[in-house]
Write a new protein. Sequence first.
Length: 114
Amino acid sequence: QVQLVESGGGLVQPGGSLRISCVASGFTFSVYAMSWYRQAPGKERELVASLSSTGRNTNYADSVKGRFTISRDNAKNTVYLQMNSLKPEDTAVYYCYLNYFNTWGQGTLVTVSS
């Protein structure tokens, strides 16, 4: 059974940093590209960042370029999203997404507020 479990969300002040994680199971993690999406209150879900199976190729939304970094550890079946210089508009539920199997995690809430 393909499963994605996110963790690491929380409350952080503007300008702060946070790293969220997504642990995958039920498939050969190292073979597939992974992505992070987010959904803010009242808005549609949007792509934040994506990463190839090897980790060599990445893609970022313009709104997070230079602040967020997606990475993966294939030995740990985990994909990460390092978020720096956080802004209130980054507040959202962040979802891990497995493109090939069209599978979502349950989400982790990130709140940026003073």
